[in-house]
Design a protein. Structure first.
Length: 119
């Protein structure tokens, strides 16, 4: 079994798309109107990671903390600099052991996004 996708209810679809395109390098694979709202599916180049962004004017939204989404990169330092340049206020890089490095940044909806590099 594997996770097929992650769905996030978002407040501003454009800001969310920009965040995930910039920070996680996901791209829009499908986008369409859904009643009064809009949905965008974003995937990585291999199509193995999929995030569904749902914007519904009267729909449920993410509230609170305690939810973390983790993405893996091969160049953590470059992504950290990009997050800083975009004014996203990322955490410092953490090195819990000799094999892993990561930092956190919040998406436009308050979801904690971990960017990780395995060494």
């Amino acid at each position: 079994m594997r996770m097929a996708q992650l769905t996030l209810m978002v407040n501003n679809l454009e800001k969310s798309i920009e965040f995930y395109e910039t920070i996680t390098e996901l791209t829009i694979s499908c986008r369409f109107k859904a009643g009064p709202g809009e949905i965008a599916f974003m995937t990585n180049a291999d199509g193995e990671t999929e995030v569904e962004l749902v914007s519904m004017p009267q729909g449920q939204k993410f509230e609170g903390k305690g939810f973390i989404v983790c993405f893996e990169t091969e160049n953590l330092d470059a992504v950290l600099e990009l997050a800083k340049a975009r004014g996203l206020n990322p955490s410092d890089i953490r090195n819990p052991d000799a094999n892993n490095r990561y930092f956190y940044v919040y998406d436009p909806n308050g979801v904690s996004v971990e960017i990780k590099q395995k060494l």
